[in-house]
Design a binder for this molecule. Sequence first.
Ligand SMILES: Nc1nc2c(ncn2[C@@H]2O[C@H](COP(=O)(O)OP(=O)(O)OP(=O)(O)O)[C@@H](O)[C@H]2O)c(=O)[nH]1
Ligand SMILES: [Mg+2]
Length: 230
Amino acid sequence: MNSAIVVIPTYNEVESIGTLLHALKDLPVDILVIDDGSPDGTAALCTAHGVEVISRSGKMGLGSAYRTGFTIALDRGYASIIEMDADGSHQASDLVKMMAWVGTSELLIGSRWVADGAVQNWSKFREYLSRCANAYANLLLSLDVKDTTSGFRIYSTALLARMDISTIKSEGYCFQIEMTRRAVSNGGSVREIPITFIERAHGESKMSISIALEAVVRITWWGLLRLIGR
Ligand SMILES: Nc1nc2c(ncn2[C@@H]2O[C@H](COP(=O)(O)OP(=O)(O)OP(=O)(O)O)[C@@H](O)[C@H]2O)c(=O)[nH]1
Ligand SMILES: [Mg+2]
């Protein structure tokens, strides 16, 4: 067993996941895929790569997939728990850079919106959406994190264990914001490491209006709670 595990949620990523698993194979990490019954055979491909897969019966959301994966990782006693997307947006070379900072902060975020961070092949609209979500979250929640929606992270087990993740409710990319908020409120130290995020070349984005709306509603609610001191 390595001291770090990469938890990868998947839904219909058969065209992308193989490249990621190949890129991760020489890194000192274990891998756990949480697949939601992808009809395209994602789980079978991961198994063929010798990777452990938790197969769930249907699409239950990114947040729920991470809660399942994190709970398993915590039970197994890894020191570091890593989040990565399967769609090719997160690079193993950036993970190596992030892992060099393990031990310096309890939450390391692979960030697009710090100096030397970058996005490739994103439309202006997607960039605008991401920047707006981050600006709104920071305005209302004062998290002091430039890329609160990034799904490329390394948590220390000590931090994750005190975050009580079973009570995290968000399902879409708001999950990342809620986790950042919970990390900060639990006294977690956060460091952002610049990454290059590359838009997926294959498969379909799971981003939707309802996922964006979930973020707006929850951020607004948390902002109101903060205003009344709760
Ligand atoms: N298990 C599981 N994985 C999911 C679910 N929704 C998304 N994922 C995975 O979570 C990761 C991020 O999903 P994306 O579709 O890239 O979502 P996104 O990054 O918010 O959107 P884009 O920026 O458009 O790619 C990918 O590996 C997806 O396959 C889900 O309901 N269940
Ligand atoms: Mg993506």
